[in-house]
Design a protein around this ligand. Sequence first.
Ligand code: C2E
Ligand code: CA
Ligand code: CA
Length: 417
Amino acid sequence: MNHPAPIRLDAAGVRTPPDEVVVAIAVDPHHRGIATYGWAVSVDMAERYVRCILAHVLPGGTCERRGPMNWLWRSGSDGPEDMRAFDCALHDVAGVRVSDPECTARFIDVRMGIVHRSVVQATPWDVDDLVRVADVALHEAIAGGGAVVVAQPGTVEHFIARGEMAAEVAAAADADMFPLFQPIVSLSGASLSAAAPHGRGLHVTGYEALLRWRRNGEPVGPDVFLNLLELSELIVPVGRSVIGRSLDVLAGPVTEMLGPAAFMSVNLSAAQLRDRWLVDFLRESLADRGLGPARLWVEISENAVVAEGSVAAEVICDLHEVGCKICVDDLGAGVGALGYVRDLPIDVLKVDRALVGRMPTERTDRAVVRAICDLASASGVITVAEGVETEQMFSMVEELGFDMAQGYLFGRPGELG
Ligand code: C2E
Ligand code: CA
Ligand code: CA
């Protein structure tokens, strides 16, 4: 559906023609230059970049300064003749080094978001000019999409919708974020006892707390919002509140049902690992409720263990010292080579449900899981199979010697207490 080109009025109320192309420009968006060379030098470099380099690529139009390091270029109704060549030229100059007259080694990053009118015409969005879309593309570039992002119809909708969803998540009240609890059952005959969720003497040894968002009255899962909480760092306060409530449930109904050895397992994102007060918060939360630290399991995804390197390692060692159980989550989903099992005080390995799900049909996956179980048992590490949905998966998991299992076969995440 095509939208008519909007009418813009300038400051004097004079009708201005619609733009064919708009480019949003951010120099030094991550403040790397400012951190390295200082504010004044960086602003000077940014100005010289626009004047001496960018100006040669932009054909006419107007280039307005929006802030010390931000510019907005509008083509007016005479857009570039060859759009592809124009985008290419901007790509070329975004990678250019802006050297200082006294020191040629100086370098400053540039990010740009470009939008062509034809893209907006092809979308159902009621965008009254192209600036917002150029800003969306610039945001994508700054967030790691590349030096120059040219808005596509899909990207525009996706990012505007994501922005709105992010605002909704950020506005959600504490009470709208809550944990559900999924049972983890023990497979070892030695510890068989009363509560039998599966009618064969299996017993629940603990629960994993899984976050939900009550949105318009309906609970939605983390696939919809976790990433937004992580990007905004809101996962830190939300995570604390959910951990607090999960420990209340452990101290209350879980202990009543399963006794004082039962545990609660909570998930920690990479952003939570970077929270300097996390360890103190967990230590105090346990002490306040009179819970022994070994009753708290913390799950850190294998990808975070590998990618975050020293940050994750430091938290793992500190939490181990506190006495919590350290679980490597989603094992087999990423690229880990298990070297960390030797180097870090790991207590539990949770094998990812994708890998567990492939075991019945894929011999190589079975072999990988067997190797993981052998390594774990040789190192005294507990193994948990995730996502056990069928009897066939369950027998395979038992046969491979897993210590514990979790999955819809034993119970879905639900309320407790
Ligand atoms: P995860 O830690 O791997 O959690 C297991 C996920 O598998 C959960 O999805 C659970 O509902 C689902 N699941 C369990 N058994 C089965 C099964 O038999 N079949 C299938 N198909 N799925 C099963 P959920 O609740 O959607 O959570 C998704 C991810 O979000 C979690 O994956 C975890 O990485 C993250 N997450 C959940 N709660 C929190 C939290 O409080 N904080 C943080 N940082 N991350 C969380
Ligand atoms: Ca988990
Ligand atoms: Ca997992």
